[in-house]
Design a protein around this ligand. Structure first.
Ligand code: ADP
Ligand code: SF4
Ligand code: MG
Length: 396
């Protein structure tokens, strides 16, 4: 009999915190075409490959990983700048994954995006007033005469001089331009903001100011955020929950305290070792920079089994044969690794064979029993895999 490790919340908890965004098994495969006259599809870039997460109303989820791991593609799928290859994107109870382009207009109001580069994301030939006011005109939300006052109000909200609506983007500094981008995203009073590395292009001294502004906006307007960043330092103060991505997949997701003090995935541990003043407690406060070997492999031909295995200091045979499932190991903690454990305390034997019906090298093993039906869903269950005794014994 197969065991079901569902990650479905109970009815009560579902009612308590119904997510504004619930993404399940999201996939985006970009076709790779041959050159020449008949451009045949010769492969796919598996940019996003089975990603699931939730965002609660007015809350922030951080999405972190090295360049090329699929963060922006995930953001662009949620704002439906791309149509996903597979999976569902439940926004306020409605699956928007396959909504046709013509029916996306209401969605464009509710979900907005802030882009990384404040230099290229604003049209240099338009005044700030027309950049910020354009969505109001397009959606016909306020009468023409009210557009300017609303633009001035928005400029004030983001900390810019309301009298500067007639200026052009080049007349502003990088930090000010990002504020203009934020004002534009706020114009339609969105419920969800996808912020794609909103401070990565800014000077360190300006980064904190822009993050503080986003925090104030969240507190004031109750906006939910998917906050994308390439390192764990930036999201630390902004996001109560963080997902770590590697080559198109989430490898670890947890609440902030768990992720920063007890990460269980070797990749998260390596990323965290680069963050100043975070001590991975389990090694007695010792903090050593973990340097990852080699480059990120191509998402066109990702490694078999665990995609991180070509760079993982702990990789064993099973890692090449079997993909580790994203397994819930605590109340708000999931990890995709055959050897999950705190830094320096990873188990010597894989914990997953009993769930996957394989032996400790990853070969099929009838004695291990049939593979469990592992959930690919978002959210957390009330029961989880207890690492202390390798059973589904954990309970809230
Ligand atoms: N429109 C596209 N067509 C083909 N490949 C793409 C496209 N957009 C992104 N990719 C590829 O998908 C992968 C993930 O990219 P991206 O989501 O931009 O990563 P990140 O934002 O984490 O740096 C990369 O290998 C990138 O080259
Ligand atoms: S499954 Fe194996 S290769 Fe992947 S992170 Fe865990 S130990 Fe490393
Ligand atoms: Mg990106």
């Amino acid at each position: 009999m197969s065991t079901k490790l569902a990650n479905e919340p109970t009815a009560a908890s579902a009612a308590e915190d119904r997510p504004i965004l619930d993404v399940t098994n999201l996939k985006m495969y970009f076709p790779v075409k041959s050159s020449g006259l008949f451009r045949r599809t010769v492969g796919h870039v598996q940019a996003v490959d089975g990603v699931s997460f939730r965002v609660q109303p007015g809350q922030s989820l951080g999405l972190v990983g090295e360049s090329g791991c699929g963060k922006s593609t995930t953001g662009r799928l949620i704002t439906r700048l791309h149509e996903p290859t597979g999976g569902t994107i439940d926004f306020e109870g409605k699956d928007i994954a396959k909504v046709s382009a013509g029916k996306l207009k209401p969605l464009r109001r509710d979900i907005q995006m802030i882009f990384q580069d404040p230099y290229t994301s604003l049209n240099p030939r338009h005044t700030v007033g027309s950049i910020i006011g354009a969505p109001l005109a397009i959606h016909g939300i306020v009468p023409k005469s009210k557009i300017l006052p609303r633009v001035q109000e928005l400029l004030e909200i983001v900390g810019l001089n309301p009298e500067h609506y007639n200026r052009y983007p080049h007349e502003f500094s990088g930090g000010q331009r990002q504020r203009i981008g934020i004002a534009r995203a706020l114009t339609l009073q969105p419920k969800l903001l996808v912020a794609d590395e909103p401070v990565s292009a800014l000077d360190v001294s300006i980064q904190a100011q822009v993050i503080n502004l986003l925090q104030e906006l969240q507190d004031e307007f109750g906006i939910a955020f998917l906050f994308i960043a390439h390192d764990l330092a930036v999201v630390r103060h902004f996001c109560p929950e963080i997902a770590v991505m590697y080559l198109g997949k989430i490898v670890e997701i947890a609440d902030r305290d768990t992720l920063y003090s007890r990460p269980h995935h070797p990749y998260t541990q390596a990323l965290l070792s680069a963050v100043p003043d975070v001590k991975q407690a389990q090694v007695g406060g010792r903090r050593e920079r973990i340097r990852l070997q080699g480059d990120v492999p191509s998402p066109i031909n990702p490694p078999s089994g665990c995609r991180f295995r070509t760079r993982c200091p702990l990789a064993q045979e099973i890692c090449a044969r079997v993909e580790p499932p994203l397994l819930q190991i605590g109340p708000k903690h999931k990890v995709a690794c055959h050897f999950p454990g705190e830094l320096g305390q990873h188990p010597s034997k894989p914990v997953t064979p009993g769930l996957l019906g394989v032996d400790s090298t990853g070969l099929p093993d009838p004695a291990a029993g049939p593979a469990a039906e592992l959930s690919v869903g978002s959210g957390y269950s009330d029961t989880w895999f207890d690492l202390a005794n390798n059973t589904m014994g954990g309970k809230a």
